[in-house]
Design a protein around this ligand. Structure first.
Ligand code: MN
Length: 260
């Protein structure tokens, strides 16, 4: 008994000895660095680190109808874009946005983006807005021909939605400053002509309800952002077109589509 006690003491000793003579053990170092995707915050020196991008499909009834589905019977569904698909768009003159490969029907979808400062599982809608740090204007850019082609073949949407630069997003306005907008104009113009126009109150599933539903499927975490759906009248753009997106209370977002 005493012997084994001694043995275990002896066993523990080299550990502390090693600690005193060798440099503290580190984990493996990175083979190379990968850039953290971030979004600017209006009026702040800090930036918002992006963890995941969730997007809801067909969240305005009129858009659901134009995409050929029945808005009254459809539960919400979600897809993701890769985090590094974010293209940060600062307010001001239109920022160049590359026309992506493999498409000849490249569509805009203006969307309110909700960004999360906390998360969880099974978050009830009544508490969901506590997770929201703020809001931004975003574009769920879509290679519509690929999206519909994949849909018809019952294949995933990734090619249509999850490509490089496919998520232009403007700076975040903290909810502490603008609250949680449940109504307000949302619109998009191309070359000065209005193409999309609706109101946030026309969302089928509110931001809070989207967080509730998403958190049933995934553990949400700080840094997750949600593209909350687009109103009707999505349409194509070509190189040279300038898109201006507006949501009441948020900075405008402007991009110029350019040849790669
Ligand atoms: Mn969308």
């Amino acid at each position: 008994m005493a012997k084994s006690k001694k043995k275990s003491k002896a066993k523990a000793r080299p550990k502390s000895k090693a600690k005193s003579t060798k440099p503290k053990a580190k984990g493996p170092s990175l083979l190379f660095a990968i850039a953290q995707t971030t979004l600017p915050i209006v009026g702040s020196d800090q930036v918002f680190p992006v963890r995941r991008i969730y997007c809801i499909g067909r969240n305005y009834a009129a858009h659901a109808r134009e995409m050929g589905s029945d808005p009254t019977r459809e539960p919400p569904f979600f897809f993701q874009k890769p985090t590094d698909a974010v293209q940060v768009v600062y307010p001001g003159p239109a920022v160049d946005h590359p026309y992506p490969p493999l498409t000849s029907n490249y569509h805009y979808e203006v969307e309110l983006v909700a960004v999360l400062k906390s998360g969880g599982k099974n978050i009830p809608a009544a508490k969901a807005l506590d997770c929201v740090y703020g809001y931004a204007v975003g574009l769920d850019m879509t290679r519509r021909d690929l999206q519909i082609g994949m849909r018809e073949q019952k294949k995933p949407w990734s090619l249509g939605k999850g490509f490089d630069h496919g998520a232009p997003v403007g700076p975040i306005l903290p909810a502490a400053r603008i609250g949680h907008p449940s109504k307000g104009a949302i619109s998009l113009e191309v070359n000065g002509v209005e193409r999309q126009k609706s109101d946030l109150s026309n969302m089928t599933w509110s931001v809070a309800e989207q967080i509730e539903k998403l958190s049933e499927a995934f553990e949400l975490k700080a840094g997750d952002i949600i593209m909350t759906g687009t109103p009707e009248n999505v349409g194509p753009v070509v190189p040279g077109d300038v898109i201006v997106c507006k949501i009441a209370g948020l900075p405008d977002l402007s991009i110029r589509v350019v040849k790669r």
